[in-house]
Ligand binder design. Structure first.
Ligand SMILES: Nc1nc2c(c(=O)[nH]1)N[C@H]1C(S)=C(S)[C@@H](COP(=O)(O)O)O[C@H]1N2
Ligand SMILES: [Mo]
Length: 498
């Protein structure tokens, strides 16, 4: 045969790419789930994504940006497979070189990750060997086709290989999931605080015009760079506290759980939240004040940053003053152990600071140093080193472009964590500001719901809101994008009255 048909050449390329990934995924499943070349390539892609693209992805897909990432990766990989095949219609050499080059990239991608052990490099090595071997094997089979008999045999062999890929990939996935983190959560059981949070008053929200005051664990917003949720059992968790301290500490889950637990109702907010966005939720967290734990370590006076690291290598820099004032090591949310996506076994919570500078999930390492010594994950990516939450408010109803009849109740949410909300005002069509009625205040670290009745004539209207916090500051109308230190501006909503 002179050269392979385009279809057969593409098939050889795509099947080889799939085989390489499946082999790596299987080996990673045995050794270390985080070493899977699929995850390593994806995580490296996330880490290298320029800030604005990442913001756009978060804004567009919210937490589904991972699905988009995987879909994009799949399309790119199929494209590479097709290209490798088409370039190799006469000789297997171009495809072999491409397969080897991608394999080497995979090895590098795994080696530069801080969160995988040294053996993990065997996963992309398996990918490289299987990718190159499979490509050459299938290419030869395809090249040797001379009659219908050969053709049938080639299709059979290809089908067998695809089946093998499915088994290897699925097996790798099963092995990766064998860490029984849900079993560990169940074994922890319900968490009871020695010092419970005061009960939430019935008039703390205006649901269904506003969200419920407490967000259920299932509905709590989720933002993280983790492609696959880190799976760590409580019994395997250790927290290391070191750096500028008098005494290094290594704490187990039991060490934390056996302390007198406290409960605090806190509203968490993401710095990526747009004006009017929903990357904000409220929960009653259970845990231990960090101040108490750190008393045993003795933080040296020169340290101004708590540099924390999660089991998957995310890092976060928090001012020591805020940690000592109100930082918490949380192990539970709303009476349950933390859900796995929200940081089981343990995370940090510091009211008043955006999540990226305060709320490390799956936290395993706390180091004390100076802000000038070391930058945490988002800082070199264009976000501010300090991230206090801005006083903001949001209209929750009516929804945009709703048609309402009769008197209009405008309702929403306002927040100014650590300061508290003193007043919310609403105005229609640029007219007079009207003071809204506030729901019961729960504490200064949580959001506060509001509502106002407006008498509006039939037709189209635009309503705006603005909050004033207890320090006397009224939220600015100056619009700012989320980057570098949080969005600002008045939220507005357009709707019609009939
Ligand atoms: N390990 C880890 N912790 C993390 C992050 C992350 O990417 N990895 N993201 C932070 C950000 S940006 C926010 S807003 C909060 C969100 O916490 P949640 O997902 O529980 O709502 O987690 C913080 N903690
Ligand atoms: Mo965030």
């Amino acid at each position: 045969m002179e050269q392979l048909s385009k279809g057969r050449a593409s098939l050889v390329g795509v099947v080889s790419v799939a085989g390489a990934l499946a082999a790596g995924h299987l080996v990673a499943g045995v050794l270390d789930a985080n070493a899977s070349p699929i995850l390593a390539v994806g995580k490296t892609a996330i880490d290298l994504t320029p800030g604005p693209v990442k913001d756009w992805a978060v804004a567009t897909f919210y937490t589904y940006d991972k699905l988009a990432l995987f879909t994009g990766m799949a399309l790119v990989l199929v494209g590479i497979g097709v290209a490798a095949g088409l370039l190799s219609r006469r000789s297997p050499l171009p495809g072999t070189i491409i397969a080897a080059a991608i394999g080497v990239l995979g090895i590098v991608a795994v080696m530069v990750r801080p969160d995988v052990g040294q053996l993990a490099v065997l996963a992309p090595v398996a990918s490289l060997l299987v990718g190159v071997g499979l490509f050459r094997f299938l290419h030869r089979r395809a090249y040797e086709i001379e009659d219908d008999e050969d053709r049938r045999r080639f299709m059979k062999v290809s089908a067998g290989v695809v089946l093998g890929i499915g088994v290897a990939g699925g097996g790798g996935q099963l092995l990766a999931n064998r860490v029984d983190v849900e079993g560990s959560r169940t074994a922890v059981g319900d968490l009871k605080a020695a010092t419970p949070a005061p009960p939430i008053p019935k008039n703390a929200d205006f649901a269904p015009s506003t969200p419920r005051f407490i967000t259920s664990n299932r509905d709590f917003y989720r933002i993280d760079t983790a492609l696959s949720v880190p799976k760590m059992r409580a019994e395997d968790w250790v927290l290391k506290i070191h750096g500028a301290v008098d005494k290094e500490l290594t704490l187990s889950y039991e060490d934390i759980r056996s302390r007198p637990l406290i409960e605090r109702t806190v509203t968490l907010t993401c710095v990526s939240n747009e004006v009017g966005g929903d990357l904000i939720s409220t929960s009653t967290f259970i845990g231990v004040p960090l101040r108490d734990i750190l008393a045993d370590a003795g933080v040296k006076p020169g340290a101004d940053q708590l540099f924390s690291t999660s089991v998957d290598g995310f890092t976060c820099g928090t001012p020591v003053a805020d940690i000592m004032d109100r930082g918490m090591l949380a192990i539970g949310m709303n009476g349950e152990p933390l859900p796995v996506e929200h940081g089981f076994p343990a995370r940090m919570v510091v009211p008043g600071l955006y999540g990226y500078v305060s709320a490390t999930k799956w936290v395993v390492d706390m180091k004390f140093n100076k802000f000038s010594d070391e930058q945490a994950y988002w800082v070199p990516r264009g976000w501010a080193q300090k991230g206090p939450i801005k006083t903001e408010s949001r209209i929750d109803s009516p929804k945009g472009f709703d048609t309402v009849t009769g008197k209009v109740t405008v309702a929403g949410t306002a927040w100014a964590q650590t300061k508290g909300i003193a007043k919310v005002e609403v105005r229609a069509d640029g007219g007079e500001w009207i003071e809204a009625q506030l729901a019961d205040e729960v504490n200064l670290d949580t959001w506060r719901m509001w509502k106002a009745e407006l008498d509006l004539k039939p037709g189209d209207h635009t309503v705006e809101c603005r909050a004033t916090d207890r320090s006397g500051y009224t939220q600015t109308d100056t619009r700012a994008d989320p980057a570098p230190d949080g969005a600002s501006g008045w939220h507005s909503m357009q709707f019609s009255v009939r």
